[in-house]
Design a binder for this molecule. Structure first.
Ligand code: PMP
Length: 457
């Protein structure tokens, strides 16, 4: 049965009547209906009024191969005809799940050759929390239970993933910060660096981890978790000195290192995984989003030979989801990875589109009166909005400056996301140079309009 076609007004009224949107103030829709997206192709989405919009966010940082890819559609169709569902509990397996584990083991770095499948990044992080605590119990160190994350870290929205993350508003809602989770400073040189050089600040931010481990007692600390580049926190890319020092500290105190690759994985930074861009080797790696380019929900935890060996000794692994390793999602992920390889997307991002994007964006906006900093790496960008460039003064919060800019972007036919007082972009990896020009042109126009709104010239 084809979906019912309705007009924009009708869609919006029905939506407001019956649906609560994630990370949205429901009151927002008292004045404004949602953007109803009906079609998409390549890097463009189309809304219910027929307007074509450049998706500078690849959905939610996930549509890495772009929209409408026939290879992925065919893979889902063929797998549904063969075997639409079977589970991987107890003693069962399916060919797509077996193949996907094998293919992932070829692209993940080092000895991250073992996988557990989930449906979302949040579930992957919940899995890691349970897996790592179990790991330490089996290793005979049952007190190693505490996870250390970072301020403004985002690891998902389940109760445990919320606790792992460092988002104050999420902790505040419904008393969602569980015991056993600690947070250290985020490595944002522009905001926190003071008089330190970038390299010095990277070491200082990493030192916060050692200080926290010593405060808690290394015998109580299970793992440190961080995104190679903090995405939902505003695209915060750390100084080059940061991650190697974090890794050194983790090894020194035998604290497991978890690189949350949910955004950075599958080519976003011009490498298969973000940790490769920073020269570190994590013990565990949650991945999602780009694993299937968002075509179907699937996520995974990759874990090392050491973790694997211990889990083998640990008896029943009492954890899993009905749709863990869903065969259709696995088939789509396999087709997606094959497409990334066939189209040489990671090399293209690394050698061509990411450097072009960074240069074009920086040249166009760095001197803008509203812009304090252009940050990020690969096809991931953050633009810090400031009231005063010289003093790095931010706007009053209730001015919602970034939301204003986001709304201008949308009116100009561009999706960018507002995070605090930053604008962020994360376009599909298939974006061309001409489309990057279009993205930057629309972003500049939107920044100009926002500057006029808030009286910064
Ligand atoms: N980790 C990171 C780094 C993320 O960015 C996200 C989602 N944006 C998640 C975990 C949670 O993933 P999901 O929304 O699929 O649960």
């Amino acid at each position: 049965m084809a979906a019912v076609e309705r007009g924009t007004d009708e869609w919006q009224k029905l939506d407001v009547a019956h649906h609560l949107h994630p990370f949205t103030d429901p009151k927002y829709f008292d004045t404004k209906g949602p953007l109803v997206v009906t079609h998409a192709d390549g890097v463009y989405i189309t809304d219910s009024s027929g307007r074509k919009i450049l998706d500078g966010m690849a959905g939610l940082w996930c549509v890495n191969v772009g929209y409408g890819r026939q290879e992925l559609i065919d893979a889902a169709h063929a797998q549904m005809q063969k075997l639409a569902y079977y589970n991987v509990f107890f003693q069962s397996a399916t060919p797509p799940q077996i193949e996907l584990s094998r293919v992932l083991s070829e692209i993940t770095p080092g000895d991250l050759n073992h996988f557990f499948f989930t449906n979302s990044g949040s579930e992957a992080n919940d899995t890691i929390i349970r897996m790592v605590r179990h790991f330490w119990e089996v290793e005979g160190q049952p007190d190693k239970q505490i996870f250390i994350g970072r301020n403004l870290g985002y690891h998902g929205s389940t109760l445990a993933a919320t606790s792992l993350g460092g988002m104050a508003a999420m902790h505040g809602m419904g008393k969602s910060l569980l015991p056993g989770f600690e947070h250290i400073m985020h490595p944002h040189w522009y905001a926190e660096g003071g008089d330190l050089s970038e390299a010095e600040f990277g070491l200082k931010a990493a030192q916060a981890l050692e200080d926290k481990i010593l405060e808690l007692g290394p015998e109580n600390v299970a793992a440190f978790v961080g995104e190679p580049i903090q995405g939902a926190g505003g695209v915060i890319d750390p100084p080059a000195t940061y991650w190697p020092e974090i890794q050194r500290i983790c090894r020194k105190y035998d604290v497991l290192l978890v690189a949350d690759e949910v955004i950075c994985g599958f080519g976003r930074l011009g490498h298969w995984f973000g940790c490769e861009a920073y020269g570190i080797q994590p013990d565990l790696m949650p991945m999602a989003k780009g694993l299937s380019s968002g075509y179907l929900p699937i996520a995974a935890v990759a874990y090392s030979g050491r973790v694997h060996k211990t889990l083998q000794e640990g008896g029943l692994f009492s954890h899993g989801y009905t749709y863990s390793g869903h065969p259709v999602s696995c088939a789509v992920a396999l087709a997606n990875i094959q497409l990334i390889k066939d189209e040489n997307l990671i090399q293209t991002v690394h050698d061509d589109t990411a450097p072009y994007f960074r240069k074009t964006l920086t040249d166009a906006v760095a001197d803008h009166p509203l812009v304090g900093e252009v940050r990020g790496a690969g096809l991931l960008a953050g633009i810090q909005l400031v009231k005063d460039k010289a003093t790095k003064t931010l706007f009053e919060e209730d001015l919602a400056v970034a939301v204003k800019c986001r709304d201008h972007c949308l009116n100009n036919g561009l999706i960018m996301r507002a995070v605090g007082q930053s604008m962020v972009a994360s376009p599909p990896l298939t974006i061309t140079r001409a489309q990057i020009d279009e993205l930057v042109e629309k972003a500049v126009k939107s920044l100009d309009q926002t500057a006029a709104d808030v009286g910064v010239m």
